[in-house]
Structure formats: C-alpha cells, structure tokens
Design a protein around this ligand. Sequence first.
Ligand code: GAL
Length: 795
Amino acid sequence: MEHYDWNDGWLFTPTFDPAIVRPECPELALEPVRIPHTVKTLPYNYCNENDYQRLCGYRREFFAPKEWQGRTVLLTFDAVAHDATVFCNGRRVFHHGCGYTAFTVDLTEALRLGEKNVLAVRCDSREDLNIPPFGGQIDYLTYGGIYRAVSLDVKEPAYLRDIFIEAQAEGDFRIYTSTVGETVGCTLQAEIRSPAGSRALYDGELSLPIVGTLNGVHPWSIDHPFLYTLTVRLIRPGTGGLPDRVLDEKSTRFGFRTIQFVAGGLYLNGQRVEVRGLNRHQSYPYQGYAMPDSIQQLDAHILKKQLGCNAVRTSHYPQSPAFLDACDELGLLVFLEMPGWQYIGDESWKAQALQNCREMVCQCRNHPSVFLWGVRVNASADDEAFYKRTNEAVHRLDPTRPTAGVHIRRKDQLLEDVYAYNDHSYAGRGPGCENRANVTPDIRKGYLISEFGGQQFPAKAFDDEPHRLVQALHHAAVLNDAIAQPGVAGALGWCMADYNTHKEFGSGDRICYHGVLDMFRNPKLSAAVYASQKTPRSPSDIVLEVSSSMALGDHPGGFAGACWVFTNAESVRLYRGNDFIAEFTPDRRGRFAALPHPPIEVQDFVGSLLEKYEGLDPVAAPQVAAILNEMRRDALTLSPLSRARLLSLRLGWNDLLRMYYKYIGVLGSPSSVYRFEAVWHGRAVRTVVKEPVQSVRLECTVLNPLLTDGPTWDCAAVSLRAIDQNGNLLPYCGEAVQLSVEGPVKILGPSVVPLRGGMAGTYLATTGEAGRAVLHCKMEGALDTEAALTVRKRG
Ligand code: GAL
C-alpha cells in the first residue's frame, strides 16, 4: 500500500486542446500550477461569471515504476468543478459529472510501467452543463478547476473500497466493508482506537457486518467531540506455514453518538439540542472554491468558537473533507446537502443528482458531525418519483441519519424525515417565523428552519449604523422565535459570510451581502448576535458589542436612535465620564426572552445624575430622567403623560432643554465618554469605551500564522481593520491599504486593498519554501503595521 499526494507537478491551460492528452505536446503553452487551483481568479466584486466558465485542461507527467506490475493504481480527485474527463496516455479512462464529490480512477490498465506516463483532465466549468446545480438561475458562483486535493494509491489487486461504521452512544457498533477484486478466503480485522489510545480488535468475514459493543465509550457530542479511529484490514490467511498477509488497510475517524430527529426536535445522545447556526458557502474572494485545508478549517473554527454556533448547513452542496474533519473535531453539527438550487432537470440530470446523493453519503457518512442529509434540491418543486428515489438511496446507504428536504413553500410534499423550511417571512415586525403547523404537512415529523434572513435584510459592513443594527435585530428576532416555538428544532441563519453571486442576485456588484461576516470573514454587527449566545466558561468568553458609535450625526435628524448591547454577561454597567449611569440586565420577559442571552436595549443615559448635579430630590430626579430618555428615543417629542408630569414637577421647557443638552446632548454639544462594562460573576470583565476618535490604527491579524507547505500550498487568512484608540472598529474608514510581503509567501489578489466598512483582508499563499514571512501594511493616516507568520515544509 503506497500513498502519494499529487497536488504538485500539474500544468494548466485555460483553453482545452485535445493535444494535451497526447504523450508529447510541445506546441502547447502550459502554466505550472498547484492544486487547489481555480481556472480563473476573479476581482472582489463586479466580476463576470462568464470568465470562469470554460473548457480547460490539466496535465501531469509521471513515472510508473516496474514494481507496480500486478498492483492496482488508483487516482483520487477530491473535487473537480464541474465535469471531468480523465485521460491516461491518451486513453479516456474516466468521466465524472459532479463538482462537489470525490471520484477515484483506476489507472492500472492504462499505465505504461517503467516509462513516463501522461495524465490529462478535460475540465468543463460551463454552466450550461446538464448536471446539478445547473439548469436554472443560481444564487452563488460555481467557479471551476481541480480545487480539492489529488492523491494516488498503489494497492494489491484486491483492496478495500469503502468502510462504514454505525456507532451508537452506548457503544454498539456495526462495521460495513466493501471490497474490489478477488477476495475468496480473505478475512477482515477491525481495530478501534479510543481517544486515549486504547485498542480493541474484532475479526470478521467479508459477507457480514462486524457487530459489537465497546464498553465505557465517550460519546461524541457538541461539548465533548470524542473521536475514535477505526482501521479495517483485509487479510489473506497464510497457507502452508506462511504468515497472514494484510492486503489492504483503511482508516477513518468516527464518533459514538445517537441521533433522533422527532416532532419535538433534535436529540443527540438522548438530549435535546436547540439547533443554532448558519449556512455556509465554500467560496472566498479572488480564489472562489480553490482554497487549501487550513482555510476551510478556519471557517469551522469561526462558526463554532467565534460565533458560538452548534450547527452549519453546507448550502448547497457537499463541502471539503477538511471542513467536515474540523466540524468533527470541534463538535459542530453538519446538515449536508446534495448539490442543486431550485431547478430539477431531465432524466439524465436526475440520474446524476441521484449519483451525487450516493457519493455524498458514501464519502461523508463516517463523520460524526453530519446529522442530517439534504436529499431534496434546495427550494425545488415537488417531484414525488425523483425524491422517493433520493430518500430511498440515502436511507439504504445510511440507515442511521434522518433525511431532510429544504422547501421554500408551505405544505409541499414531505417524503423526508424532516421538513426543512427556508423561512424568509420576517419583515421586521410580528412573529420572527411562521407557525410550524401552517408550513409542514405532517406535524408528527421533525421541523427545522433551514434559512432565514438573507435577502430579507442584506447589510453591508459599510451601511449606516441603523441599517446594520436592524440586520442584527432581525437575526435575534428569528433565532428567538424559533426557540420559543415548540417543535421547531432550531434555525440556521442565511448566512455565514457575504458571497459572490450571479447577476440576477445580490447588490448589483455580484455580491450578496447576506453574511454576518464579510467575504474575508470579518464580523459585522450581526455576528455579535450569534457570538453573544455562547455560554461563558471564563472571562475571555464574554462578548460585549455595543451597536452605536454614539455619534449623533450618524442618525436622521441628529437624534441618537437605539443603542443595543449584545452580550453574554450577567449585566452591563454604563458610565458617562466618571459618572455611573445605570446597570442593565437582559430582559427575560421582552422581545428576545427565549434567547440564552437576550440583547439589551440601553434606554437610560441619565441615571441619577440629576440628583447629583441638579439637586433634584430622589422622587423628582428619576421622573425627569425618564422624560429626558424618552426625548432621546423619540427625537425630542414628549408624550402627553410626560407633558403632564412636567407640569406637576413645575419644570419649564427651557430647563428641560438645558438638561437635555447637558446630559443627553445634541449635535454640536461637547462630546462625552461612554464606558460600557460587562459584568460576570460580579466583576467587570470586558470594557467598551465610545468617545470621539482621536487616532486611527490599522490592525492586522493573521488568523492562522503557522503554515505548512506540503502536501500542497498552504494559505494564511489575514484580517485588516481600522480601529480607534479604544479598539473600536471605524466603519466609515475606506482608506487604501498597501500590502507587501517578505519571505516565502505571495499575496493572492491585489496588493492594494480598500477598507470596506473599515475592514478588509488578504490571503497569503506559500511558495514551496520554508521560513519566516512578514506582511507589511501601509495606510495613509495610520502607523505602518506588520504581522509575522511561519512556514514549515512537509514532504
Ligand atoms: C434562499 C436560497 C439561498 C439564498 C437565499 C438568499 O432562498 O436558498 O441560496 O439565495 O435565499 O436570501
């Protein structure tokens, strides 16, 4: 058994020429590339979706040693977008028609041993292909190229094609294997290794599953994602005194866990889990889908650790093995969906869709994080015959997990175990989501809100403060109402990050600004809605995000508008200058009461200052303070009740206005310093200070500063943010940042990037060398800044 990574050594042509499959093709100008590769890098926005739609070619020469005689040589592509035809030494050996699943090509027959061989891939990324997701309009770009890893395995003629383990929380398991080649007389051995390293061995026969119970297992859960390793060996027993021979060996990680999706919601290991998460597209600026494992893993990390999500939907296709591995490790549940978007094609299209379902399940069913299979094309119409087949195929290949269909209509046919509903009904007032009974045709089955938000309320990081706030409150309202409604398993917001899209969608610049993060994964205000729902375990888990800059001029009429605090602290204390104003606690009866940590609306900016500075008595002071706070909220108007109160207090309008100017402020009044403190376990553990900006700093953070070049190129994600002297984001800073690097990395995309909403990013790709690298950033009006990273070399 030999395994080779095959990500290096490829040559690329953006225009396919049949000559590329020939043993020699000196006339072609080919460009050396490393995998993951995109057929076309794109600008940040205003890109043209025709640019990546092409018929192009890849070529790789290799030497096949004579020792491969009698062996089986298998070449695996983790993903080629979207239609791949593979040639070996001029011979067409394989065709695959899905851009989101892996495929393995048996090269054995086509090889020339002891010689140079030529492998070529005809890669078609045109969107008129008759395969999913194509056929209709699509709200995301589909890109092109060999964008996930490639590897080569040299095996015996008899080998293990696949292994699958079903493992329940109590320790019961069943292991299924499938083999290729002559295996008469062969046996199996399964080894289960625990996270602590202990091993248990089981013998089995090829025709039957290996069934057993492991005692004392640690179940896989969201909080404790214990991972076990299964290794299955295909053994040819020795005869005539010869020892047994291991023909093949295959390993996979897995977890012991039990999933039940019922009318009452999702149960993991017998415990109810309130699904709270986001939808994710696997695309990035410039590179589209072509990003290495570490960038994929980073997304899982952001979702679980930064945003506190417990689930993600891989909308609208199976995503990279590296992303799923990270979800397994982090305890992030995955709703994995077949490729497609609204459209259902003809019989040939459907046959491919069915094949995609089978590949999705066979390739991902050992991931403990996967809790739900999406077996209906996102938001498509009913098609009983077709969806009976997808359900049946998926259930047959994995009897342990429920299936879901994602609908945008009410009362569609429900052939799946779970009615997943893209509930975009909330328009800013009223219930955040529909009543489940009005939507699903069968309330005895599971129900999940698979999407909400999105086009209902896009928000750019550079939109004004009220707009950004409304997006955040929109997410909070729907999350809240999904929790409050019995029988709703939870909700997945649309979506994790802004994404490039087709001309029919988005803001006209080929971007859907639907993310709670921007395209570089910088957080917008709405990200704090999710982050603040985390259960804090230490002071560093405390989130404190204040919605307002306290700049009056950013609001219509110069009136302050609402100020919300997103926090998982027990309370928030507000100070103005050195004066304590008030302490606020989450409202457990209000609009967001069902959330673990309801956002707090700050409505008192006066507190006891009137007693302290105006000499008002303890009865009058709070009444006048309430009137001032009301004036702040309602743009200086007074309710009849407040007017009456003013009379009884014998306070004139001019006195009131003077106090308003002094304690609340109008445009042009001397500015104040506001300090918000998050209190946890009685202590202030996080502070936000809002005051006029005195200096601008460029913050540059490399999210993954340790890179490994090998088995292919690696990449660092960099976040750039303009911040003030207190670390607050400066959302209207739009300066250009000039980037340059030293050391073994190169900048992907432009080397001058504008800040958008005070934020930007870049990606640094390794170049095949090891060493220390430095990113230098220059911005007018701020000190130069830099960040270091280290590149190791493997292989
Ligand atoms: C949904 C669709 C998503 C996205 C979203 C935008 O209906 O499934 O892919 O387009 O709308 O809000």
